[in-house]
Design a protein around this ligand. Sequence first.
Ligand SMILES: Cc1ncc(COP(=O)(O)O)c(C=O)c1O
Length: 429
Amino acid sequence: MSPSSLSPEELSERIGKAEQHYQDLSRRNLQLDMTRGKPSPEQLDLSDTMLSIVDGSNCKGDDGTDYRNYGIGTGIPEAKALFAKFMDVSTDEIIIGGNASLTMMYDAFVGGLLFGMPGSTGPWREQGGIKFICPVPGYDRHFAICERLGFEMINVDMGDDGPDMDAVETLVADDAAIKGIWCVPKYSNPTGATYSDEIAGRLATMKTAAPDFRIFWDNAYTVHHLGDGPDRVANILELCKETGNPDRPLMFGSTSKVTHAGSGVAMMAASVANIKDAAEKLFYSTIGPDKINQLRHVRFFGDLDGLLAHMEKQAASIAPKFSAVDAALEKNLAGKGLATWTKPRGGYFVSVDVLDDCAAEIIDLAGKAGVKLTPAGATFPYGKDPKDSNIRLAPTMPSVYEIEQAMEVFCACVELVCVRKLRESEAPE
Ligand SMILES: Cc1ncc(COP(=O)(O)O)c(C=O)c1O
C-alpha cells in the first residue's frame, strides 16, 4: 500500500521497521562506492592488448612519418579516418586530441572567451554577463566549466527525448548573451535519455540572438548501448548545415569509456570553419598530440566495425550491473510512490528522483552506512538541486554482488527518509 494512504499510526509503524532495517544494514560495515562513472577493471582489461600493439619497430604512419616525434597538431590521418566515421563527419571536420574530450570542451570555452568563435563580433569576455543553457539534471563537469569561467547557468528541464525546447527557443531568441547549450545527445548523463530527431531539428533551426551561439554536442556515450542495439541520433552537423547554421555545433567524443579511461583518444568535430579556428588556437598550446596513442587505437580497432564489436563486449560486462540496480529498485520501491527511476538503454548512469527535499538526507544516510553516492545536487548547476530530489547512481565500477549490497542500503534509505517526510508533511501545523 502507498505510504501516503496510511494512517499516522501505520506510518509510524512503517518508519519503525525502516529504522530497524537501516540499523541492521549499517552493522554490515560496508565500504562501497557508486559515485563516479568509471569503467571497472574488467572493462579496462578488454583493451589491454592495445598497450603492446605499437613498439619501436612499427610506430610510423602509412606515409612513413615517425609518430614518436613532434608535429601533426590536429591528429594523425589514420585516426582522423577512423574517428571521422565514428563521429559521422568528413576528415576535414575533425581534430583528434589528447586523452580527454573534457579538455577540448574547456579549451573551446576558453577560446570563445579570449578570442571569440567564427561568427563572433569579439571575444565573449568583452560582452559581459554571458550565459549558458544547462539541461537538468546533467553532467556536473559541464556545469563546473561554466562556473569556473564565469558563465551564468540557466536551467532547462531535461525530458525523455531531450531538453524542453519551448523553453530553450524562448530563451535564445532574444538574449545575445546566451552563448550556447550543453547537450549529451545519446544515453545522456545522468538520465540516459536520447535526443529525438524533432529536438535535434529544433536545435539546428531555432533563431538565436547570439550570432555565435554554440551547441556543445557531447556525444560521450555514442557507442555505449547496454545490449539491445544502439539508439539512433541525428547528425547535428548535417542538420545545422541544412538549416544555414553550419558553425552552430561543436561535437565531442572520446574513447575514455571504450578503451582506457585514463589514456583514451578524444576528438572534436565541427564545420571546417570551426575546425580551422580551433586548430589555430591549438597551435599555441601544443606541438602535437600523443600520436603513438592515436596509432595504438587505430591498430587495436582496425576499423569502425572493430570498435563496435569491442563495444558489444563492454555492454556484456556492464549490462548485468544495470539489471541489478533496476531489480533492486523494482523489488524494494516499485509502487510505493516514493521514487521514480530511469531504465537506460545505454550510458553509464541511472537517475533516481525521490520525494522532494529527501535526496541530500538519503545520500547522507547511505554514506553513514558505508555506501558512497554522488553528492546531492551534483547533477545541477552550482550543485543546487532546487527540489533536492535527484540522485545519480553509477553502477559500472562495483561488482554485481557489491551493487546488490549497495542497492539494499540505498533502497532502505529511500524508504526511511521518504516515509519520514510523508509523516512530517501530514503532521498537523
Ligand atoms: C557526458 C560526459 N562527457 C564527458 C565525459 C568525460 O570524457 P573524457 O574522459 O573524454 O574527458 C564524461 C565522463 O563521465 C561524461 O559523462
